[in-house]
Ligand binder design. Structure first.
Ligand code: 9MR
Length: 455
């Protein structure tokens, strides 16, 4: 006999009851009577789990793969930040002097922002993937070309990029701590990096400005040189907000034992640290353990704001034969994926549980429009800032907003709201922002997206 407490019956009964509760709550929420917390699948995807820890989890993407269904669905489900793997580089955006092409980069930015994902900009000033005309300019011309490139590319995406890798890989490998030879270094001298950052600040004052490099993940001569530069910039007020640690690891260059300590010393200079191009050669448990170490190091450093892996699937990795990513060539989750998710979901892993959640209430309605209010509530740790996304449903349009600093995607339906003096929240504390939606005949409640907290 099957008793009511038998596994199958009980679980299908509780599933039915849960469905009823959810459906009822949904109806009440749709009627504007109660507010539902935005906790959908909070702990089951990389992006949502990272958001609960006040961080983003991103991936590099290639525009020409977005049409592949499994690629797009893995990207859309798991990640809440993207970096264009190649499409924003100089050779892609300004192959011929002062003739800019943004088609592929636009595709990535639109894909990401229409889904509430952040975008990292990569990269403005770099010795590689640099068209040969740049190397042929004299100093004055090169300075003008560099600043024009920064202004044009950043200007295109002004207000839409979370962080820009303003300068990439400007230091030599090895023990010298010297600058790498490049047209910029050789013709403009050491000051070119500072100039690039100053130009970048003016070009998009809302973007965080990063210096990005590899083999700087542990304490060594190269990371010391970067550290000294960042310390000097901070001391002299040169605008720099973040340092990117690419974190390309393999057996010859494993996760350094002082990875966390190195992130922390940079964070102590007052800049954010971000893991920007993570991939780790290998497979199975060894690879999974290395990934856990990286995630735990970031979680333990409160200014480590996010992690980007350098690709969605092993099959399109820049070093595919190393199988360095979280999804295999068939988009199956690897042990490394599970290790990352578990590390993100583990409590007490250090760094506190900086996070935030969103709730929505309709506060007023007229014949043609309604007012919505979104409450941002900090998790169990205090936060210093938040980024919330809200999507309205076409042909709805938002006519005005208050108590926040809004940006929009190109469709005009995805609102990304950041604080306007109301960023700092104590643990469990909350603040609200509001907006008026012109219904244009559609009275559907807005859909809440992610809430990403800054620790
Ligand atoms: O992954 C990128 C690959 O598709 C390009 O062919 C390569 C060209 O330089 O750049 C790769 O990305 C690099 C990134 O832009 C900067 N850090 C090192 C990355 C891996 O080489």
């Amino acid at each position: 006999m099957i008793s009511p407490s038998s596994g199958t019956l009980r679980s299908s009964w509780s599933r039915a009851r849960r469905a009823l509760v959810v459906a009822t709550a949904g109806l009440l929420a749709a009627a504007g009577l109660i507010a539902l917390p935005n906790t959908a699948d909070a702990a089951t995807t990389l992006g949502a789990s990272a958001a609960e820890r006040g961080r983003y989890f991103g991936t590099a993407v290639a525009a020409n793969r977005l049409g592949e269904a499994a690629y797009a669905s893995t990207l859309n489900t798991e990640f809440n930040s993207v970096t264009a793997e190649n499409e924003m580089k100089w050779d892609a955006t300004e192959r011929t002097r002062n003739s800019f092409t943004f088609g592929a980069a636009d595709q990535i930015v639109n894909h990401a922002r229409s889904r509430g994902m952040r975008v990292r900009g990569h990269t403005l000033v770099w010795h590689s993937q640099l068209p040969s005309w740049v190397g042929g300019l004299n100093a004055n011309d090169l300075r003008a070309a560099m600043n024009n490139h920064i202004n044009q590319v950043m200007g295109r995406y002004r207000g839409q990029i979370d962080s820009w890798d303003v300068v990439n890989e400007a230091f030599q490998d090895g023990n010298s701590g010297a600058r790498r030879s490049s047209p910029f270094q050789d013709r403009l001298g050491n000051g070119y990096i500072e100039e690039a950052f100053r130009t970048a600040r003016a070009a998009d004052p809302n973007a965080k400005l990063c210096y990005n490099d590899y083999n700087t993940d542990g304490v060594n001569a190269k990371s010391n040189a970067v550290y000294n530069m960042v310390r000097d910039f901070r001391a002299r007020g040169v605008p720099i907000d973040c340092v990117g640690f690419q974190s390309h690891f393999n057996s010859a260059s494993p996760v350094p034992s002082d990875f966390q300590a190195n992130l922390q010393r940079f964070a102590d200079l007052g800049v954010e640290v971000q893991i920007t191009e993570l991939d780790i050669a290998g497979s199975g448990t060894a690879q999974a353990n290395s990934y856990s170490r990286v995630v735990n190091a970031c979680l333990a450093v409160s200014r480590c704001t996010g992690i980007t892996v350098w690709g969605v699937t092993d099959k399109y990795s820049w070093r595919a034969s190393d199988t360095p990513l979280l999804f295999d060539g068939n988009y199956n989750k690897k042990p490394a994926y599970t290790a990352v998710l578990n590390a993100l979901n583990a409590s007490g892993g250090g760094g506190g549980a900086a996070g935030c959640t969103l709730t929505y209430t309709e506060t007023q309605r007229w014949g043609d429009r309604f007012n919505g209010q979104v409450t941002v509530t900090a998790g169990s740790a205090p936060i210093s800032g938040w980024t919330a996304t809200v999507t309205v449903h076409s042909p709805q349009r938002v006519s005005t907003t208050w108590h926040g600093s809004p940006t929009w995607d190109s469709s005009g339906t995805v609102l990304t709201m950041r604080p306007n003096g109301n960023g700092a929240l104590s643990a469990g504390g909350s603040t609200s922002f509001g907006f008026t939606v012109m219904a244009n005949g559609n009275w559907t409640a807005p859909t809440l997206g992610s809430c990403v907290a800054t620790a």
